[in-house]
Design a protein around this ligand. Structure first.
Ligand SMILES: [Zn+2]
Length: 270
């Protein structure tokens, strides 16, 4: 954990200090080594929140894109079950940064618990995920040019198989360093946004800039996407087919926004 409570206030770990876990109230001690980001740990081996995963530098960097008072927010269900949300925005949207593998049942449980949430998934934890994803990209996979939207089969990507059925928006983070063999290159660090409940045979993605992801959740500014219409025309290529219609449910405002961002502009153009 980044924050523990001391006399009712949240503090970051400092060498030699101790505090209290905001979930269970047990005492926690500061771990301030050279290799891992300074954090708080329970005195026992177990963490009281079974959903908590060991925090990496990747987690910490993502959390720090948002104000400190949005980070590590305790959410309590009606039944009294408590969990720590990585980030919760002022509008009540939970952002979960997922590095470790997650079983389908646990993912479903978290989506049901938080409801209004999105995932940011570390796409470079497994060595093959990034090359498989980028290998499957290419002009033939483009289903709309503005904003750029691709349709990928789950067959070639374990990551798409793992997350394609998620009921909330998922954003894949493949790191900021482009590789020479990448089928597509971008001028800015990006996330690949997976449309919720894409059909299993065609997961729908659009690239958005990381800075616009943060600005969207912090300030409500729209995602910065990419218009590749002109580039495709120069190559004599047209998008393969329009993306499928958005899911029928529009109860979730976030999901609705996401579907609009992916589809509305594309429908106008094609
Ligand atoms: Zn605890």
């Amino acid at each position: 954990m980044k924050f523990a409570e001391i006399q009712g206030e949240r503090f970051e770990a400092q060498p030699g200090s101790s505090g209290y876990c905001p979930v269970c109230g047990d005492s926690v001690i500061a771990k301030c080594g050279e290799h891992k980001a300074w954090h708080w740990a329970h005195r026992g081996v177990r963490n009281c929140d079974p959903w908590w995963e060991p925090e990496t530098e990747w987690h910490r960097n993502w959390k720090n894109c948002f104000p400190a008072h949005w980070q590590e927010i305790i959410r309590k269900s009606e039944g009294g079950e408590k969990h720590i949300a990585d980030v919760m925005t002022e509008r009540g949207v939970v952002l979960e940064f997922q590095h470790s593998a997650l079983r389908r049942e646990e993912r479903d449980a978290r989506e049901a618990y938080y409801k209004n949430m999105v995932w940011v998934v570390d796409g470079i934890r497994r060595i093959r995920d990034r090359p498989h994803f980028f290998k499957s990209l290419g002009p033939g996979k483009i289903v709309a040019a503005n904003p750029m939207t691709v349709g990928l089969s789950a067959k070639g990507s374990a990551l798409v198989r793992d997350w394609g059925s998620s009921s909330v928006p998922v954003f894949f983070d493949f790191g900021d360093v482009a590789q020479p063999e990448d089928a597509m290159h971008f001028a800015k660090p990006i996330l690949w946004a997976l449309k919720p409940q894409s059909p299993p045979e065609l997961a729908i993605f659009t690239p958005i800039t990381k800075t616009s992801f943060c600005a969207f959740f912090a300030e409500g500014r729209p995602y910065e996407t990419f218009d590749i219409s002109a580039a495709l025309q120069r190559l004599g290529l047209a998008p393969a087919s329009p993306p499928p219609p958005p899911p029928p449910s529009n109860r979730d405002a976030l999901r609705e926004h996401f579907a609009r961002a992916l589809n509305a502009r594309a429908r106008r153009r094609f």
